[in-house]
Design a protein around this ligand. Structure first.
Ligand code: NCD
Length: 334
């Protein structure tokens, strides 16, 4: 056995969950196991660009009911780099148009031999629902504004790689906190690992209630900027809100866009992050998005490693297609 295989099996030995539905329900230790496993896969790929056979014979299905560029492609690539087969389902052109339900569609994909279903849907809780109905693993790739656990993990991994540790870092999530699943997964993960988290944006998009969870709430980016080690700039989720949350995009950009002038007033080693897609000129100016502080493309690369880690840890255990698998068990997920 190679050293990499030994290490990945060691990390998987203590793993008990069947699903990855959110970061709220994970322990700090589980998050660290996911990050450590991802770091191993990232280092392996940098060194050899080689495929692994760890999930050979297994099948991973992407079941996406919302648009995606980064998440969908990186889940596919992650499965392939582990040697798994993939099924690509898109709601457009499927039997959903003929009246098939979401759960029946997922059960159909499972019956084709899927060991893991990766799902994205506009309704919060859909991945939790699937986990109750399927015997295979379910990975949440975004459920409405609720959570996007692999995005949270890849953001946290990127910060850890850059700074060495999460504990003690001051991380501001800037923008549409109310509708951002990325924000929620970052908040849970970062808090568990000991970061100081600030949520910052227009009052219509940032609730004071976050303070009850020990999160700092701020409405002025300029006021918090000198204290921040990391800024994660979130897109305004116009598709998730009926009312405009501020008078104009130009006004938002004036108050919250990260630009060269704000970089000059930041810590010299500030990290600029964004989950993507970015709207240049709204939450970030092009010179900052492409500048020396930006780790946006490192986040994208880390997305593959994190998704490899999640697939490996969830699928390294029991085979869900084995005759003894019991769909009613729910996989130990909170
Ligand atoms: C995010 C998403 O879809 O939640 N994008 C992503 O997965 N990289 C953020 C967004 O759409 O703004």
């Amino acid at each position: 056995m190679s050293t990499l295989e030994e290490k990945t099996h060691e990390l998987a030995a203590g793993w008990t969950r069947r699903h990855l539905l959110d970061l709220e329900g994970l322990t700090a230790e589980e998050i660290v196991t996911l990050l450590d496993t991802a770091d191993l896969f990232a280092a392996h790929y940098r060194a050899s660009r080689g495929k692994l056979g760890l999930l050979s014979g297994r099948t991973v299905a992407n079941l996406f009911f919302e648009n995606s560029t980064r998440t969908r492609n990186s889940f596919s690539l992650a499965a392939k780099r582990l040697g798994a087969d993939t099924i690509e389902f898109s709601s457009a052109g499927s039997s959903l148009a003929k009246g098939e339900t979401f759960i029946d569609t997922a059960k159909t994909i499972q019956a084709m031999g899927a060991d893991a279903v990766v799902t994205r849907h506009a309704t919060p809780g859909t991945s939790h629902l699937l986990a109750q109905h399927l015997a295979c693993s379910v990975l949440n790739a975004g459920d409405g504004p609720h959570e996007h656990p692999t995005q949270g993990l890849l953001d946290i991994l990127t910060i850890r790689q850059q700074r060495g540790r999460i504990e003690g870092a001051t991380v501001a999530l800037v923008g549409d906190i109310a509708h951002s699943r990325t924000a929620r997964s970052n908040i849970w993960g970062l808090k568990k690992l000991g970061a100081h988290v600030i949520v910052c944006g227009p009052a219509t998009l940032v609730s004071r209630q976050w303070e009850q969870l020990g999160i700092e709430v701020a409405y002025s980016l300029d006021a918090i900027l000198p204290r921040c080690d990391v800024l994660n700039l979130l897109r305004i989720q116009f598709e998730r809100q009926a009312m405009r949350p501020f008078p104009s995009v130009r006004e938002y950009a004036l108050l919250y866009a990260m630009n060269a002038e704000r970089i000059r007033r930041s810590k010299p080693d500030i990290l600029i992050m964004a989950p993507g897609p970015i709207n240049r000129g709204v939450e970030i100016t092009p010179d900052v998005a492409d500048g020396p502080h930006s780790v946006i493309l490192q986040q994208v690369s880390n997305g593959i490693a994190v998704r490899m880690a999640a697939l490996w840890l969830l699928l390294s255990g029991a085979d869900p297609h084995a005759p003894s698998a019991d769909p009613a068990q729910g996989g130990g997920e909170a």
